[in-house]
Design a protein around this ligand. Sequence first.
Ligand code: BTN
Length: 226
Amino acid sequence: MKIIELDETDSTNEYIKRMNFSGEVTVIARRQTDGRGTKGRSFVSGEGGLYLSVLRIFEKFDPRDAFRIMVNACTAVCKTIQSFGVTPGIRWANDVLVGGKKICGTLIENSFSGNGLRSLTGIGLNVTNRLPPELKDIAVNLSEVSPIKVTVREVGQKLIKNLSNEYTIEEYKSYIGFFGKKITLITSSGSRSATALDVAADGRLKVLEENGEVSLISAAEVSLKS
Ligand code: BTN
C-alpha cells in the first residue's frame, strides 16, 4: 500500500478525505494541528506521537460487519505494543490502555455507497510525545512503560505491518479486562452501574443492568468508567 509521510497536517483523517484518493493509502504525520477524537473531541497530537490513517476501499462490504474494522485496528495496536514488551488492554470500544491509562485512540470513519465502502482507520498512539500535565493521570506514552528504547518510526512500521493482518473478535475480546466486573455507563442523561458481560459481533456491549435485565449498548451512546 502507498505510504505518505507528512511533517504536519490538521488531521490525517481529514487529509485523506480532502485528497479523495482513488486507491488505498496510509498517511502518517509527525504532528497534527487539529487532531480529531471520537464524539467530536480533539486529540492532542504533538511531535513524538504516531498519527496514522489508513484508507481501505472495499467494492463489496456488508455494513453489519463494520465492527470488524475496529477489531482489527485495536488488536493490531495491542500486538504492536506487546512487541515492545508492554501489556496493553482495550477499553471498549476504541481505546487502548496500559496500566489503566490511555496510550492510543482510534477513530474509524466509514462511508458506504452502493455495496461498497471507503473506510478510514485513524490511529493516534503516544510513543515519545510529551503529554500535557492535565493528561498525566489518564494518559501514558510507550516510552515511559517500555523496557526497550522506542522510536516513532519503528512503532509505525510494526503497526502498519500488523494492520495488514486479520484478527478475530475473540482476540479483540482477550484484551478486555472488565468482563464480569461492575462498570459505570455514562450517558447524556446521567450515569448508572452495570456488569459487563460480553461484546456482541456487531460491537455492542452486553451488560447486566442492576434491575436484572440484559441490554446491548452501542459505543455512540455511552462512555465508560471501569
Ligand atoms: C479518540 O481517542 O477519541 C480517537 C483518537 C484518534 C486519533 C487519530 S490520530 C490519526 C487520526 N487523525 C485524527 O485526527 N484522528 C485520528
